[in-house]
Ligand binder design. Structure first.
Ligand code: C2R
Length: 166
């Protein structure tokens, strides 16, 4: 059994954005624990969770937050586990605020930041981290890339037919 992935979101309003990450991780057979937790609204719980995460069997933390998105950075401050940040588009600034707050970490405390609302890539990146010491996840990732390649080849073929018909 691989290490667990924690998927933490700043608010339950982030759930629709984060759901694809949970689905993807489950698809890989990776054990996932999902929590609402906030560096702003529940600062003690967030710090405590992160401090204990490694000992609790987590291998990666994914943190999703919108607006002034400090969640991923604060979780990263309290652990040596890799933290992946998902900036959520939940404001009038279309997620640019969350992107900058998540990605612009000071030296020493990295947060691997995916695209705005990039939940699926966050899950794939977490799987790639766990795959370093888990052959079953590594094999699934290899297969995923082969499937993707086949999918693009099929799309290319279909496109050639459309071009020829012009
Ligand atoms: P509500 O919908 O609950 O008002 O939250 C959440 O991630 C959400 O996108 C609005 C937005 O506030 C974000 N939030 C943060 C943090 N906690 C909640 N950015 C944090 O700790 O960084």
């Amino acid at each position: 059994m691989s290490k667990k992935v924690a998927v933490i979101m700043g608010s339950d309003s982030d759930f629709p954005t984060v759901a694809p990450a949970i689905k993807r991780l489950k698809g890989f057979g990776i054990p996932v624990e999902v929590r609402v937790m906030s560096a702003h609204r529940t600062p003690d719980a967030a710090a405590e969770f992160s401090k204990n995460a490694k000992a609790e069997g987590f291998g990666v933390i994914i943190a999703a937050a919108g607006k002034a998105a400090h969640l991923a950075g604060v979780l990263a401050a309290h652990t040596t586990l890799p933290v992946i940040g998902i900036p959520v588009k939940s404001s009038t600034l279309d997620g640019l605020d969350a992107l900058l707050a998540t990605v612009q970490m000071p030296s020493g405390i990295p947060v691997a930041t995916v695209a705005i609302d990039g939940a699926d890539n966050a899950a794939i990146l977490a799987a790639q981290m766990l795959a370093l010491s888990d052959d079953s996840i590594a094999a699934q990732l290899e297969q995923m890339k082969l499937d993707m390649e086949k999918g693009v080849a099929l799309k290319n073929e279909a496109l050639q037919e459309k071009v020829a018909a012009l």
